[in-house]
Design a protein around this ligand. Structure first.
Ligand SMILES: NC(=O)c1ccc[n+]([C@@H]2O[C@H](COP(=O)([O-])OP(=O)(O)OC[C@H]3O[C@@H](n4cnc5c(N)ncnc54)[C@H](OP(=O)(O)O)[C@@H]3O)[C@@H](O)[C@H]2O)c1
Length: 253
């Protein structure tokens, strides 16, 4: 019996990953702070699909959060066949005006905890041939983002780290994929104070479409769901950096 760990499974893309994997008959370890939501989801998935769904409450903004979670997972003795590092958040505003505490917390959740969990669970993933890691980055990973400077920088880290790890683990049986969604329907925009930005007003993808693409291509180094997002990234590659960063700033001014 093997399990896939999903961080940030209480809402949005993480919850959608849980539903899609349960429908594939996959046992799950669901992680987030909002335990009641996880309990409800676990009960529903067990009933609908007959899978096992373990709930582990964790605050990945705490410096020791990821380490404590990894210890719980290892001690639980669940065999692992996947890790989806999905928990994350953003916030809109100028670097100097957003609180330092919130921005450091963003680095902790989006970057430090992701790295710690990956490092601690990797030996266990290696024991199952065909296992996978999906790190949720963003289209934000491909350029600097004025008015969300730290968020964009965290996602650039996630993309770079995931691509490097994909190559390092190429012959290990563990596939590593960076998922790079654009604006997606979830609680993210509300949490990041972005609902009224041009970026979100221009339209969003459903979390279902994002997850479907990611799971279908889970062994690919980089997955960009949605033609509009692919075109945006490719046109960005052909443009000077000064243009792409100004455009990103304008989209979330
Ligand atoms: N939606 C978008 O437009 C979009 C686009 C590109 C990338 N992404 C990325 O996609 C990922 C998922 O976001 P989403 O859109 O699904 O947003 P969401 O609906 O707000 O879900 C975020 C998830 O992260 C969890 N989380 C946040 N802080 C946490 C903490 N300190 N400890 C543990 N879990 C925490 C939340 O759970 P609790 O609050 O219960 O802890 C929740 O389950 C994020 O990494 C985000 O950056 C989103």
């Amino acid at each position: 019996m093997s399990y896939v760990v999903i961080t940030g499974a209480s809402a949005g893309i993480g919850e959608t990953f849980a539903r899609a994997l349960a429908a594939e008959n996959q046992n799950l370890i669901l992680v987030a702070r909002r335990e009641e939501r996880l309990n409800e989801l676990a009960a529903e998935l067990k009933q609908q699909h007959g899978v096992d769904a373990v709930v582990l409450k964790a605050d990945l903004a705490e410096p020791t959060g990821a380490e404590a979670l990894a210890r719980q997972i290892v001690e639980g003795g669940w065999g692992l066949s996947g890790l989806i590092n999905n928990a994350g958040f953003g916030d809109r505003g100028a670097f100097a005006e957003l609180s330092l505490e919130r921005q450091l917390s963003m680095i902790q959740v989006n970057v430090t905890s992701l790295v710690a969990l990956t490092w601690q669970l990797l030996p266990h993933l290696r024991q199952n041939a065909g296992s996978f890691i999906i790190n949720v980055a963003s289209t934000a990973a491909f350029q600097a983002g004025p008015n969300m400077a730290i968020y964009y920088a965290t996602k650039a880290f996630v993309l770079s780290f995931s691509e490097a790890l994909h190559e390092e683990l190429r012959n290990s049986g563990v596939a590593v994929s960076a998922l790079c969604p654009g604006a997606t329907d979830s609680e993210f925009a509300q949490e990041a104070h972005m609902t009224d930005t041009k970026l979100f007003k221009a339209g969003t993808m459903t979390a279902e479409a994002v997850v479907k693409k990611s799971l279908a291509q889970r062994r690919r180094a980089i997955v960009i769901p949605g033609l509009r997002n692919v075109l945006m990234i490719w046109s960005g590659k052909l443009s000077p950096r000064a243009v792409t960063r100004k455009l990103a700033g304008w989209l979330q001014a």
